[in-house]
Design a protein around this ligand. Structure first.
Ligand code: G
Ligand code: MN
Length: 266
């Protein structure tokens, strides 16, 4: 039984914005390779991820694996942003910043500016001052910060004001319903306005259909992630996927192509 990283693309629907052929970067998602049960998602081993004695070890494994992979892709001419999910327990651990500095020093061929850490509201909820201070140092080190699952918690808007962040990831639960629930559409529209005024990037998560894509674009949301583009994939599939990506395949007049390529990626 071992832990491996899968990678899901974050793409831009606009020309010339993303650094790598319309692909902004990849979010690293942890998986467990089980000898009998195959590739398992974190739902199955959630306890371990938040275990007092395991959270930091797993967190360090993720940091190192993802930066090593990002460094490799950068050397191979794929300047992809690497996004990592950091558990509340690891972020609040007294050793977190040391762990981060160590791993950045071990992978000098990827710039910290090409790395992003994704945090949910759980760390700031547990210890706001510590989370705030830690994230400020992360920014000082050059890393970007994304607020993950945005909108699902209770204190989102005040967090936006007080936490350093460059990106908001709108939770898939809102994105999924924008086509049929005007309230979810209103929430995403509100997040877009707020983010624009604060100068933050927005990534819509859980984009599953061309319809979602089109509606998001009417809200000026052009950065997206979801099954429409690709499910999380093993690292080995990433270079070919990036080379095949073309945002024009997802325009309405070529929606069949997009559908085909989404199936192709499953
Ligand atoms: O917490 P976070 O938002 O980082 O979780 C990402 C998870 O969401 C991953 O496990 C990934 O497999 C899943 N996911 C990514 N894109 C989609 C999508 O378009 N639809 C659904 N249902 N799940 C998705
Ligand atoms: Mn995430």
């Amino acid at each position: 039984m071992r832990l491996i990283m899968y990678y899901q693309p974050v793409v831009s629907m606009r020309d010339g914005v993303a650094s790598c052929q319309g692909v902004i970067g990849f979010e690293a998602l942890i998986r467990m390779a089980h000898p009998q049960r195959g590739i398992l998602t974190p739902a199955v081993f959630a306890e371990a991820l938040d275990h007092p004695r395991l959270a930091r070890r797993i967190g360090c494994f993720v940091l190192d694996a993802v930066l090593a992979q990002g460094e490799q892709w950068h050397r191979d001419g794929l300047p992809l942003r690497m996004s990592m999910n950091i558990s509340a327990r690891h972020l609040l651990d007294p050793e977190f910043l040391n762990d981060l500095r160590t791993v950045l020093a071990a992978h000098p061929d990827i710039a910290p500016e090409m790395c992003e850490i994704e945090v949910t509201e759980s760390a700031p909820m547990l210890d706001f001052p510590r989370a705030q201070e830690t994230l400020l140092v992360c920014n000082d080190l050059g890393l970007r910060i994304a607020l993950d699952d945005f909108g699902t918690g209770s204190a989102s808007l005040s967090y936006l004001q007080k936490l350093p962040a460059q990106t908001i990831k709108v939770d898939q639960s809102f994105v999924r319903n924008i086509l049929n629930d005007p309230r979810d559409f209103a929430i995403v529209a509100g997040v877009m306005t707020t983010a624009n005024m604060l100068g933050l990037d927005v990534i819509a998560e859980g984009v599953e259909t061309i319809g979602h894509l089109q509606l998001l674009e009417t809200l000026e949301c052009h950065a997206m992630q979801g099954y429409l583009f690709a499910k999380p994939m093993p690292a080995g599939e990433v270079p070919a996927w990036v080379n095949n990506f073309n945002h024009l395949d997802y325009r309405s007049n070529s929606s069949t192509t997009a559908q085909n390529s989404a199936e192709y990626n499953e």
